[in-house]
Design a protein around this ligand. Structure first.
Ligand code: RB5
Length: 149
């Protein structure tokens, strides 16, 4: 069976948590593609959000993970890409709902507001929770049909 490849990116604020999540993803059997950053030196979140979001937009990857201080900058940049639904999750409950109701295909973690342990738990919940479909399918479709509303 082919291992799912998951692209992951972070700025300096998310660098340390990215390293932890990379190890967790590897241990869970995923292939991790680290788009950076590779040090704790100050850098710009959009430089990592766009490469990960582009992979999900084009279908090269089914899912991706992004990390910055609040999660906000990464989500703003990633959500500019068609077909991307990047959800900031700071608890397992939010992560589960982001999958069940919103079919989030990018998980964004706010590194300054979760511990490493919470980050791993949130990641696992997001990876393992399916999309509920049904009425949520229609709602998601409307996100990309804004001009028809
Ligand atoms: C970096 O200091 C911080 O602004 C960034 O990680 C993120 O929180 C932006 O949304």
């Amino acid at each position: 069976m082919t291992r799912e490849r998951i692209p992951i990116g972070a700025d300096h604020a998310g660098f340390e948590l990215k390293e932890t999540l990379k190890a967790a993803l590897g241990a869970l059997g995923y292939d991790v593609e680290d788009v950076g950053t590779h040090t704790a030196a100050s850098t710009d979140y959009a430089d990592y959000a766009h490469p990960v979001a582009r992979e999900v937009e084009t279908g090269q990857a089914q899912r991706g993970v992004l990390i910055c201080g609040t999660g906000l900058g990464m989500s703003y940049a990633a959500n500019r890409h068609p077909h991307v639904r990047a959800a900031v999750a700071w608890s397992q409950e939010i992560a589960a709902l982001a999958r069940l109701h919103n079919n989030a295909n990018i998980l964004v973690l706010p590194a300054r507001f979760v511990t490493a342990e919470q980050g791993v738990d949130i990641l696992k919940t997001w990876l393992d929770t399916p999309f509920e479909g049904g009425r949520h399918e229609r709602r998601i479709e409307k996100i990309e049909r804004e001009e028809e509303q």
